[in-house]
Design a protein around this ligand. Structure first.
Ligand SMILES: Nc1ncnc2c1ncn2[C@@H]1O[C@H](COP(=O)(O)OP(=O)(O)OP(=O)(O)O)[C@@H](O)[C@H]1O
Ligand SMILES: [Mg+2]
Length: 334
């Protein structure tokens, strides 16, 4: 809608994981290098993790877009499957029979891998959203990675998932799988400078001659509201360009960003930090007060027990004497 107004020939901030718009921040560059290196070296297991919207699928698509012809790949983007469905997908993907049962699949697949190895071909299984993998499939995948020659793995497996996947792998149940991971990489959000560069790169890929459509203050605000998460940057930048177009603003300033961020219900990270700090101070104070109250009550109970023991340790006469002294002290008129 706003493309003509800003002299663009494509949508600059689409939400699809299009590798043509890839911006290689430091972590994305390293991530892509890990994937490429892992494939060439037949490293076996490679794991990429990152928060929602940090670019895992985009990175995989970038890898796939450059993958040589002799690399045979199957990409599973939705791994919420049962065993049979998983083997069926692999059989279809690698074109090795109908894979209607596990035994047949394993025979066909082993043959396929050995032939590929003799021809010098590389076989890759890529699984996105790996945090959704059912446990039984994680175990099957580990067993597939056992297919190897004395020198290298016969199948490379790339698993990409949200940070909870790291926690799953840390579970003692999956220690055998964890030990097989040869490369691990985490995609962190972009920093302030990278956020600005990211916006400019995407604008220029969309055909912008002038990549200064967003003022410096606007880019700073985008960083604060998005926390450097690419998908949120896209959402906010797209919404802001639409608003800018409606207001006929050739340059988008931080006021437009703030207005759009509030419409999208995004919070300024610097305010969020202050709120979080205040909340944790309050929390610490409350916990401290609760702790002191508990210690006070326990001390009183302890003293009461001591008094009771002492009282019953006295002889009957002494107890009687003590009671009359106390009664006199409390009730005698002055
Ligand atoms: N390095 C990058 N360069 C350009 N665009 C990016 C980059 N990283 C992410 N994006 C953009 O951000 C959006 C989200 O990216 P993507 O879908 O790859 O994230 P994800 O980590 O796979 O998220 P999820 O955890 O939800 O699957 C997409 O529009 C994508 O184009
Ligand atoms: Mg994804």
């Amino acid at each position: 809608m706003y493309q003509k107004f800003y002299n663009l020939n494509a949508e600059p901030f689409s939400l699809s994981p299009d590798p043509d718009f890839l911006y290689l921040s430091e972590v994305h560059r390293e991530g892509l290098a890990h994937l490429q290196f892992g494939l060439i070296q037949k490293k076996g297991f490679i794991v990429i993790t990152g928060e929602v919207g940090t670019g895992k699928t985009t990175l995989i698509n970038a890898l796939l877009s450059e993958i040589p012809q002799d690399v045979k790949t199957v990409f599973i983007s939705n791994p919420k499957l049962n065993r049979d469905e998983f083997f069926y997908l692999l059989s279809r993907g690698f074109k090795i029979g109908n894979g209607d049962n596990k035994a047949k699949f394993l025979i066909n697949f082993t043959e396929y891998l050995e032939k590929a190895d003799q021809k010098g071909e590389n076989v890759v299984l890529i699984i996105d959203e790996a945090h959704c993998l059912p446990e039984e499939l994680l175990e099957e995948i580990r067993l597939l990675s056992n297919l190897e020659t004395p020198h290298s793995k016969l199948v490379n497996i790339i698993l990409a998932g949200q940070p909870e996947f790291e926690k799953i792998l840390d579970h003692p149940r999956f220690r055998a799988l964890k030990q097989r991971i040869t490369l691990r990489h985490r995609l962190d959000p972009l920093d302030r400078e990278e956020t600005g560069n990211y916006v400019k790169v995407r604008l220029s890929r969309a055909g912008a001659k002038d990549t200064g459509i967003f003022s410096q203050k606007a880019l700073d605000a985008i960083y604060r509201y998005s926390g450097g998460i690419p998908r949120v940057i896209n959402l906010l930048a797209d919404h802001s360009m639409l608003t800018g177009f409606i207001k006929e603003a050739r340059t988008i300033d931080d006021k437009i960003i703030k207005e759009c961020a509030s419409e999208l219900d995004l919070v300024d990270a610097s305010h969020k930090d202050k709120k979080t700090a205040a909340r944790s101070r309050e929390e610490i104070n409350r916990t401290g007060r609760q702790y002191l109250a508990k210690v006070g009550i326990l001390t009183l109970v302890f003293i009461a027990i001591l008094i009771i023991f002492w009282f019953f340790g006295l002889s009957a006469d002494e107890r009687q004497g003590l009671i009359s002294t106390l009664t006199n002290m409390l009730f005698s008129e002055k």
